[in-house]
Design a protein around this ligand. Structure first.
Ligand code: URA
Length: 240
């Protein structure tokens, strides 16, 4: 693939901008400046430096992010900054792939929820993880307003009815690691599902953090606001 096309696909600007960056000496490939916009390279895994930014090329962008509080997952947020402002420009500007409009969050977390968020421009991955048929479990660490006990755990496991659907929704697993600290595993992704399930058993969520999706845990060394590429092993953990 030509270097100018690789840069374009990675989100470094229009084809014309990318050709200009190369011709002006702003692009190094594996540490060596390349001035030929039409030079051919294998794109996957190619190490670039573009205007000082180190970049490893990925044909599909699949990333995890540790979402801080006070951030909305929407592209057009209403009151808080968008989660997309936490991504570097190439990930925000990647051209659309078939039906997918650039890099998208897979599902949403509320503004005040922290933790593991996946983003991608891979339509198949979005479809797989969003589809109820695959029912990928998600683990939430919930700080409760009031101490809870066995009765609430049994109610959550048996199923509670939320206001938008008469069919009960169940926790796939739940445990109290402390009377005010609940670890809840859900396979569904209804709007405000954790908060509404906790409210349905007469309690209230004080803080909410997503720690795991499928077998993929939020890494302890990924600070709030930071992101990282998903490796093949990470993808296997969320799709198995
Ligand atoms: N359930 C909620 O209530 N909020 C979230 O952000 C995620 C799950």
């Amino acid at each position: 693939m030509q270097l100018q096309d690789i840069l374009y696909a990675q989100g470094f600007g229009t084809r014309r901008v990318c050709a200009g960056l190369i011709q002006q000496g702003h692009v190094a490939v594996h540490e060596t400046v390349c001035l030929d916009a039409t030079a051919e390279f294998d794109d996957e895994g190619l190490r670039l430096r573009v205007q000082g930014l180190e970049w490893v090329c990925h044909r599909r962008a699949c990333i995890m992010l540790n979402k801080p509080a006070g951030i909305e997952c929407s592209q057009k947020p209403s009151a808080w900054p968008s989660v997309y402002t936490l991504l570097p420009a190439p990930l925000r500007q990647r051209p659309n792939k078939s039906a997918v409009q650039g890099v998208q969050a897979i599902g949403r977390l509320d503004q005040d929820t922290t933790g593991l968020l996946l983003l991608t421009d891979d339509g198949q991955l979005i479809h797989r993880l969003a589809s109820p048929r695959h029912a990928v479990p998600k683990v939430y660490e919930v700080t409760l307003k009031h101490p809870a006990g066995e009765r609430e755990l049994q109610q959550l496991l048996a199923g509670v009815v939320l206001d938008d659907d008469p069919r009960p929704v169940r926790a796939a697993a739940c445990e109290l690691t402390d009377p005010q600290y609940l670890r809840l595993t859900l396979t569904g992704g209804k709007y405000h599902q954790v908060k509404r399930m906790v409210a349905a058993v007469g309690n209230r969520v004080e803080a909410l953090h997503r720690s795991q999706i499928g077998g993929l845990k939020l890494p302890a060394d990924l600070a709030p606001g930071q992101w990282r590429w998903l490796e093949a092993a990470d993808l296997a953990l969320i799709q198995s």
